[in-house]
Each structure stands twice: as C-alpha cells, then as structure tokens.
Design a protein. Structure first.
Length: 382
C-alpha cells in the first residue's frame, strides 16, 4: 500500500484503500509485466475490477455504481498505480472519460443498458474527440454528422483514441452545426455501426492499452443516439475534461510514488564500494529531494480533491494540479532510473516503464501548454 497520512481521510476511505491494495497485490502486480508485453488485459480482470466496485465509483446506484466522494477515485488510482503501469489505468478505466456525458443525459434511450453493461465490466466504452488535424483546438473539430431522416451520417476521422480497437461504444464529438464550440454535438456510436472502421497505433508507453485511429465513412447512426441536445456537446466535453485531469494528476502522483519506492528499496539493497548505495550521500539526498516533492504534491492533490468534494474547485485548479503532478513525474522517473543504474534501463523494472509513460501524461487530457493557457485565462489575468 502507498504510505501516507492525511487529515482528509476517514475510516471508510482507508478501508476502501486497503481493499484496492489487496486486489492490486494479488491480481495485478504478479501479472502486469506479461500483460504489458502482450499488449492487453485478460477479460476476467474487467469482471474482477467491476465486482470490487472499482468501475462504479461515484456513478448512480441504479446503474451499478455507488455514491462516493472524489477521494475514493483518487485513492484507488494511487493504489492501482503501484503496479507501475499507466497503460493498465488507461485501459481499465477508459469508461471514466467515455460515459459521464451519457450518465448526464437521463433521457437517452441507451443510457441505462450501455452504462450498466460498462460498469459491470461486460462491455467497454471509449471517448473520441482528437482528430488527425489536431487535439488541442477542440472547438475546431472537423468530423461532421449530417441529418438524413432519422439518422446522422458521419464523415471524418479521430486519432490517438484509447481503447479504440476494443471498445463496444464510442462517445464521439462531431460537428452538427456551424463553426466553433456552438456547433459541436456528442453521439454514441456502436462498434458495429455501418461505415465505422479502426486501425491500431503503436506507441512509446501504455503498451497494455490499445490506441487507435477511427474512420467514419458515411457511418450511419440513429439521431436518437445523440447525447444531449444538438450543438450542445461542448459543455459536456469540458466537464468531462475536469474529471479526466484529476484522474491524470492522481495517476502521475501514484506512478511517481511507485518509482520512488522502487528506487528506495534498490538503494537499500544494492551495494557498491562495500556498502548499500543509500550510504553514498548523493543517493540518499536524491531520495530525500524526491520524497519532499512527492509529499508536497500529494498535499496539493488532496487539497484540490477536497475542494472538488465541496464543489469549490475551478477548472484552473485542475489544470494547474495536472501540470504540477506531471512535472513531478518528469522529475521523479528519470531520478529513479538513475538510482537503479543499468537495471533501470531494463524492461520489467517499474521505473523503466514509468519513464516511458511520463510524456503521455503531459499530453493527454489537454497538453501542458493548453493547461497553462486555460488556467491563465480563467484566473482573469488577460
Ligand atoms: C496515448 C494517448 C492516448 C490518448 N487518448 C485519447 C482518447 O482516448 N480520446 C481522445 O479524444 N484523445 C486522446 N488522446 C489525444 C490527446 O488528447 C491529444 O494528443 C492532445 O489533446 C494534444 O493534441 P495533439 O496531439 O493533436 O497536439 P496539437 O494540438 O497538434 O498540439 C501540438 C503541440 O502544440 C502545442 N499547442 C497547441 N496549441 C497551442 C497554443 N494555443 N499555445 C501553446 N501551445 C499550443 C501543444 O501543447 C503541443 O505541444 C490521446 C493521446 C495519447 C498520446
């Protein structure tokens, strides 16, 4: 279990954290290296995670979820990150970025069946916003959905989509109106919709998470599949990003902490010049610096989580937190690899994998530059 104390956590939080920690120790850590090499997760893991309640955190009870303050999600993310694989998190929890807009559309004809299937681990859902022409300028997406009787006919392409090959349902951002944010809608597209195809992408890290390009070629989907009113998709997307940014910040912290713990253990055991390397002052001072920055970032993470629980957090808080935690991992991961020496460059150490996973965290869910831009504008500085 990740070791930390906090005034924000009560007994229920800690009991939940313990149950997730046991699951990670027994069901994930022994297998994660193989899953990374295989490029995917076994289907039974989705059922096991669902049964433990990991998929339902904060979702409506009638759909298979349970009421939970945002600390539950943060704590479970940190525990699962101890396995040292962001790809595992991206794969298992893609639904957390895909279904929140559908949950909000209580009139949607497929809401209950799709969300129940996804939260029980039987089906999977993905979110498709980014396009080959660019991901940062979300209001400028080009994929168009045109009305034809009771259908939308979708043409365009999406790329870098997590679970793009494996998902059963896709929450897709499309242009149904004029230019800009006011012309964007969200549509739920099933994997077998006519005119919808996908190709896989290879990448630097996150190997056990599939990533794909999606093609919509006169793809037909019923108008009833639209999520929310026409041309009102943009606010759903923005709200969704806030959840995603908290998750990515917690993941960055959890992975950085996992790399630190591996480096500390290594430093206590590995001997050079007749003594464990932690007895070389430069190594133990590296570890002290790493620990201090981790502890400070965790206090910040929990402070913002608490503000979210009180409905007092602003999008700027989440943007700044995400940057702070992704900066942290970009500092911690290379230091951990350095302390492990050659072993840190070898596959199957957590630090090697985490090192390869640092950059995706400051790109996905909004880049570092866009987070700063959003925060500066929202602070009212311009
Ligand atoms: C592994 C992985 C998984 C992903 N999963 C998903 C997913 O499931 N669904 C999905 O929709 N997307 C997903 N993405 C896409 C991700 O959200 C985008 O990559 C990201 O938003 C950036 O878009 P882009 O790559 O097109 O870069 P661009 O928008 O082309 O930006 C390129 C560079 O320019 C900078 N830049 C752009 N505009 C400005 C500006 N105004 N000021 C300063 N700098 C600027 C950016 O910060 C960046 O450094 C994923 C990406 C990766 C790598």
């Amino acid at each position: 279990m990740a070791a930390y104390r906090s005034i924000y956590l009560n007994d229920e939080h800690l009991a939940f954290r313990d149950s997730v920690a046991r699951f990670v120790d027994e069901q994930i850590i022994p297998h994660i290296n193989q899953w990374e090499e295989d490029g995917g997760l076994p289907s039974e893991l989705y059922q096991q995670a669902a049964e433990l309640g990991l998929f339902g955190i904060g979702y409506p009870e009638e759909l298979g979820g349970f009421e939970a303050d945002p600390f539950y999600k943060v704590l479970s993310t940190i525990e699962i990150s101890r396995a040292g694989s962001g790809g595992l998190m991206a794969n298992l929890f893609t639904h957390d970025i895909a279904i929140p807009p559908l949950i909000l559309d209580t009139q949607h004809p497929l809401r209950d069946s799709v969300c129940t299937a996804v939260l029980s681990g039987q089906q999977r859902a993905a979110l498709a916003i980014t396009e080959p022409s660019g991901g940062s300028d979300v209001a400028n997406i080009q994929t168009r959905a045109s009305r034809d009787g009771d259908d939308y006919v979708i043409n365009g392409s999406k790329t870098f989509i997590t679970s793009g090959m494996d998902a059963d349902w896709f929450t897709v951002a499309v242009r149904t109106g004029g230019e800009g944010a006011g012309g964007v809608s969200l549509i739920l597209v099933p994997r077998d919709a006519p005119g919808f195809t996908r190709t896989p992408l290879k990448k630097m890290g996150w190997w056990c998470s599939d990533t794909a390009t999606l093609y919509f070629d006169d793809c037909r989907v019923p108008v009833a599949n639209r999520i929310g009113p026409e041309n009102a998709g943009f606010p759903f997307i923005m709200q969704n990003f806030n959840n995603e940014r908290l998750g990515l910040a917690a993941q960055a912290w959890g992975l950085a902490n996992a790399a630190f713990e591996e480096a500390l253990e290594w430093a206590q055991q590995r001997k050079t010049f007749g003594k464990p390397i932690i007895h070389h002052q430069v190594i133990r001072h590296k570890l002290t610096d790493m620990r201090a920055r981790l502890d400070a970032a965790r206090a910040y993470l929990f402070e913002i989580t608490w503000l979210i629980s009180k409905n007092q957090a602003k999008p700027a808080d989440l943007a700044q937190l995400k940057n702070h935690c992704t900066d942290l991992i970009e500092y911690i991961a290379p230091e951990a690899v350095q302390i492990l020496g050659g072993a840190g460059y070898m596959r199957e150490t957590k630090s090697e994998r985490i090192f390869r996973e640092t950059k995706v965290l400051s790109i996905g869910g909004g880049t570092r530059e866009i987070m700063n831009e959003l925060a500066a504008r929202q602070q009212g500085w311009l």
